[in-house]
Design a binder for this molecule. Structure first.
Ligand code: COA
Ligand code: AMP
Length: 634
């Protein structure tokens, strides 16, 4: 028997009463009197008069409430062969010491701190230390290069940066120091301090007067036995900024507040994920992504769970059995990852032979998100693991699931290919391009009727207008998800594609527009288009099409290699940009718009027709021939 419908109806009947009750799950310094203020911010603000501290709710209240010796953080790193467990008490000691270091550097409530770290415990300590003193963290994923970092530094204007000397990728050490140095040099804003975590795999040199050694500073703070109280912040104060791909090279600074975020995440752990305090929750993602923020760090800790921090890959570290080894070693109750990880495992171990080698009896549920879960992979996981596999849909902007099969409220029948039903807080509508609501089953723009629920972004960092323009302008009174999909006769949602130029590569959200900006910087490139092409492992990968300047005599292949290197250098390896095809012309409409959609169909080998508005239909055949030539090597 599922309580889903009754819970959703209760929310819809009286949202204020619903969130007032849910908010009781949090320890407030000043509890909310008002639940929602429709008059502030671009669409309103949650818990406008409440005061709280997120770090207190993640750590201190568990230490005080009897969980001091329970595991809070389990670091498991097949990359280094290390494992380490931190109890809530030990975790607190680490966070307090780092908070003291930041405080002594003059970092105060409202100051920004950029964190550029791989999957090491210190990345989590850094996030919580910021939260403790009311500073706003902004974590940058390690796979982004200097220019992406510089853009974020200029937008967030951090007082301090915390970084590690290196990250570890299979077969490769990624030195972070040169990336940080370049980024700071490129940026107009100069952070006052850098705190450097020296990893023994590759320590780095430090800059005198700027860099502070993480280990030494934290050890000194611990020796001095310093205390750092949790600083009271308004529920509406930002906890973090997380940059995500927009439609240009300028990423969007998604703001997360303290109060609404805690309320939503805490509620989600039991009701949506069915995870109880004391259990082990594992999100195999990265702290640089929203899944890492919400379900490696904040939600499990808010709920009093132990969270696993995994520094490795689903395959190759050392093999396709590594996920099962982690589940068995740490008695993981719930695993959350991206479908691409399962496609990688299935590709290497199609019969699931590694699975039988481990005791997976602790595992109750597998959650998949970040990209569309193809039914074949989903069924494979269900069959091999013998547990429910939950596809759920969300975005960096929402910070928690928009739709799901809510395990804690009671499972609904599973429909393969659907990420479930709307969660309380989300009134989902499907609109056509003119804004009219579509009949059930009709494919259209998936939008959310305002207000967005607690935990969703209240705005973009220092950019209310951009927020309105990007999300609210096209469909008044609604938030545009930029996903296309439909709702079936049973109320299940199906998410089919993005309506903008965002692509999803191995569960990573990337902007083809941003890549085009970089490709266009190559001096020999006259024009370009980047599209997402279907890929068996990564879901999609970017393909670049370039038209060279007249008179360029160098071989096209040489320039193509340079373009690939340029994107890797400017955006980073995570762009997975490896294919460039030189063409004579790009297909355009008569008004000059590049026909990317048709190019994508050609590349995906889907049937395509020449749009009526095309300038010269012969160009599409040229594109098909160029792709064919590239792929067959003829
Ligand atoms: N720091 C530096 N480089 C990184 C990086 C990081 N944190 N993460 C990835 N990269 C690099 C990779 O080494 C790779 O470099 P290469 O071109 O030299 O090989 C490149 O970025 C592309 O990475 P990725 O797309 O992840 O491909 P992959 O072949 O290394 O791995 C998977 C493929 C499927 C195993 C991997 O993408 C994966 O585990 N995905 C899970 C997805 C996930 O966690 N999503 C988060 C949302 S839930
Ligand atoms: P991100 O902001 O990186 O979480 O990416 C959000 C986008 O990923 C969404 O807008 C969707 O396009 C896609 N996405 C995430 N989860 C799913 C899912 N379960 N099914 C289909 N698409 C998804």
């Amino acid at each position: 028997m599922s309580h889903y419908q009754e819970t959703y109806d209760r929310w819809q009947r009286d949202p204020d009463a619903f969130w007032r009750t849910v908010a009781k799950g949090i320890d407030w310094i000043v509890p909310p009197e008002r639940i929602f203020d429709p008059d502030s911010g671009p669409y309103g603000r949650w818990f406008p008069d409440a005061v709280c501290n997120t770090c207190y709710n993640c750590i201190d209240r568990h230490v005080e409430g009897g969980r001091a010796d329970q595991a809070a953080l389990i670091y498991d790193s097949p990359m280094t062969g290390r494992q380490q467990r931190y109890s809530f008490a030990e975790f607190k000691e680490e966070v307090v010491a780092l908070a003291a270091v930041l405080r002594d550097l003059g970092v105060e409530k409202g100051d920004r701190v950029i964190i550029y770290m791989p999957m090491v415990p210190q990345a989590v300590f850094a996030m919580l230390a910021c939260a403790r003193i009311g500073a706003i963290h902004s974590v940058v994923f390690g796979g982004f290069a200097s220019r992406e970092l510089a853009t974020r530094i200029d937008d967030a204007r951090p007082k301090a940066v915390i970084f590690a000397s290196c990250g570890l990728e299979p077969g490769r050490v990624v030195a972070y120091k040169p990336l940080i140095d370049n980024a700071i040099e490129m940026a107009d804003h100069k952070p006052e301090h850098c705190i450097v975590l020296q990893r023994e795999e590759q320590p780095c040199t430090t800059v005198a007067g700027r860099d502070i050694d993480y280990a030494q500073a934290v050890a000194a703070a611990k020796n001095a036995d310093v205390e750092v109280d949790c600083v009271p912040v308004a529920a509406t104060d930002p906890l973090y900024i997380l940059y995500t791909s927009g439609t240009t090279g300028q990423p969007k600074g998604v703001v997360r507040d303290n109060g609404g975020h805690m309320v939503m995440l805490h509620w989600s752990m039991w009701n949506e994920y069915g995870a109880r305090p004391g259990e082990v929750f594992w999100a195999a993602s990265d702290v640089g992504w929203v899944v890492g923020h919400s379900y490696i760090v904040y939600a499990p800790l808010l709920a009093g769970c132990a969270t696993v921090l995994f520094e490795g890959k689903p395959v190759g570290t050392p093999d396709a059995g590594t996920f099962w080894r982690v589940i068995a070693d740490h008695k993981v109750a719930a695993l959350f990852t991206a479908p691409t990880a399962f496609r990688a495992i299935k590709g290497q171990d199609p019969r699931g032979e590694h699975i039988g080698r481990y005791d997976l009896s602790s595992l109750r549920t597998l959650f998949l998100a970040g990209e569309r879960a193809d039914p074949e992979t989903l069924k494979w996981a269900e069959e091999k693991l013998g547990v429910p596999v939950i596809d759920h849909w969300w975005q960096t902007e929402t910070g928690a699931p928009i739709s799901q099969n809510p395990v804690g409220l009671g499972m609904l029948p599973v429909k393969h290919g659907s990420p479930g039903v709307p969660m309380p807080g989300y009134d989902i509508r499907i609109l056509d391009d003119s804004g009219a609501e579509m009949a059930r089953g009709g494919l259209g723009n998936v939008v959310i009727r305002l207000p967005l629920p607690p935990g969703c972004l209240p705005t973009l960092w220092n950019a209310d207008e951009r927020f309105r323009e990007a999300y609210l302008a096209e469909f008044p009174d609604h938030y545009k998800t930029a996903d296309a999909g439909y709702v079936d006769e049973d109320g299940y949602l199906f998410i089919m594609a993005r309506t903008d130029d965002i692509i999803n590569v191995a569960g990573h959200r990337l902007s083809t527009g941003g890549m085009e900006e970089v490709v266009a910087e190559h001096p020999d490139v006259a024009e370009c288009a980047v599209i997402g092409v279907a890929d068996e492992l990564k879901g999609q990968v970017p393909y670049g099409f370039v038209v060279l300047n007249a008179g360029v005599a160098r071989p096209g292949r040489e320039i193509e290699r340079e373009v690939v290197a340029l994107v890797r250098e400017k955006i980073g390896p995570v762009a997975a940009f490896k294919t460039v095809v030189t063409v004579k012309r790009l297909p355009k409409t008569r008004s000059g718009k590049i026909l990317r959609g048709t190019m994508q169909k050609i590349a995906d080998r889907h049937s395509w027709t020449s749009p009526a508005t095309i300038d010269d239909p012969a160009i599409l055949d040229e594109i098909a021939a160029a792709l064919n030539e590239r792929e067959t090597g003829t």
